[in-house]
Ligand binder design. Structure first.
Ligand SMILES: N[C@@H](CCC(=O)N[C@@H](CS)C(=O)NCC(=O)O)C(=O)O
Length: 254
C-alpha cells in the first residue's frame, strides 16, 4: 500500500510534466519567440501563452529561477525550463520529427534555420525602430527588400536554389517521391510570415513572385499541424498592435 502510494507520488508528477501543454512565456507579439510558437503549431501541439505585461511579471519570473540567463523566451515543457532560442528550437523540432538524423542533413537544416534568424533581425527591430512614435514601415522594408544583406537579396535566392534541388515543397529530400518538412521550413516560413504580417498577403505574393519555390514552401508549411489556426484565429486574438507591443516590452524591461 505504502509502496503504491510512493509510486504515485513519483509517477504522477512525471506523467503530468510530460503531458501538460507546453507554456510559452513572452510579450504579446512576435519578437524572438514566434519561430518557437510556429514550431509547436506546425507540430500540431496545443500550447499555452503566458504574456508578460507588467515589470513585476519579469521580476517574479527571474526570482522563480526558471530563466537561466534572466531572459525570455521561456518554454516550459517536459518538466524543463527551456531558454535560448536556438537550442529550444532544436529541442522542440527533434521531439516533433522536424530534425533529420544524418549529420549532413542536420547541418543543412541548422544552416537554413540560423540564416532565417539573421534574415528576420530587421523585422525583430521593426516595432522599436521609431520609438516613441509608431514604427516606420519604410525603414524595415528598405532593410528587407533593398539591402544586399537583406531577406530578398541575400537569403531568398539561396533558399530558392536549395528548394529547386528537391522534389517537393520542402528543403529536405524524402525517402520516396515526396519530401519532408523540417525546422528549416518552419524557420523560413516564419520570416515570410513576418513580412506578410507587417505588409499584406498581396505584397508577399508580389515581392516574392520571382521565388515561386519559396512561396510554395510557405503555403505547404501553412498546411502543417495547427499553424494556419494559430496564424489566422488564435494569434490575432492575443497580439497587440506593433506600437503597443513595443511600449509593453519597454515598460516591462525598464
Ligand atoms: N540569446 C537569447 C536572447 C534572449 C533575449 O535577448 N531576450 C530579451 C527579450 S527579446 C530579454 O529577455 N531581455 C532582457 C535582458 O536581457 O535582461 C535567445 O536566443 O533567447
Amino acid at each position: 500500500m505504502l509502496q503504491t502510494k510512493l509510486l504515485l507520488y513519483i509517477i504522477v508528477p512525471i506523467v503530468s510534466a510530460m503531458t501538460a501543454a507546453p507554456k510559452v512565456t513572452y510579450w504579446r507579439g512576435r519578437g524572438r519567440v514566434e519561430p518557437l510558437r510556429c514550431i509547436l503549431a506546425a507540430a500540431g501541439v496545443e500550447f499555452e501563452n503566458v504574456f508578460l505585461t507588467r515589470k513585476e511579471d519579469l521580476q517574479e519570473l527571474r526570482a522563480s529561477g526558471k530563466l537561466e540567463y534572466d531572459q525570455v523566451p521561456l518554454v516550459e515543457i517536459d518538466g524543463l525550463n527551456l531558454v535560448q532560442g536556438l537550442p529550444t528550437a532544436y529541442y522542440l523540432a527533434q521531439k516533433s520529427g522536424l530534425l533529420p538524423s544524418s549529420p549532413v542533413e542536420l547541418y543543412l537544416v541548422g544552416q537554413i534555420y540560423v540564416a532565417a534568424q539573421d534574415a528576420r533581425a530587421p523585422f525583430l527591430q521593426y516595432p522599436f525602430n521609431n520609438l516613441p512614435d509608431p514604427p516606420s514601415l519604410e525603414k524595415v522594408l528598405a532593410a528587407a527588400e533593398q539591402s544586399p544583406k537583406g531577406l530578398v537579396q541575400r537569403y531568398c535566392p539561396k533558399w530558392e536554389t536549395q528548394l529547386a534541388k528537391t522534389n517537393g515543397p520542402f528543403f529536405l529530400e524524402g525517402e520516396t517521391t515526396t519530401n519532408r518538412p523540417s525546422l528549416a521550413d518552419i524557420g523560413v516560413f516564419e520570416v515570410l510570415d513576418f513580412y506578410r504580417h507587417i505588409t499584406s498577403e498581396d505584397r508577399l505574393r508580389v515581392t516574392f513572385a520571382s521565388f515561386p519555390k519559396l512561396l510554395q514552401m510557405h503555403d505547404a508549411v501553412l498546411e502543417l499541424g495547427r499553424i494556419k489556426h494559430w496564424r489566422d484565429v488564435e494569434r490575432p486574438k492575443v497580439f497587440l498592435d506593433w506600437h503597443d507591443y513595443a511600449k509593453s516590452v519597454c515598460a516591462t524591461l525598464s
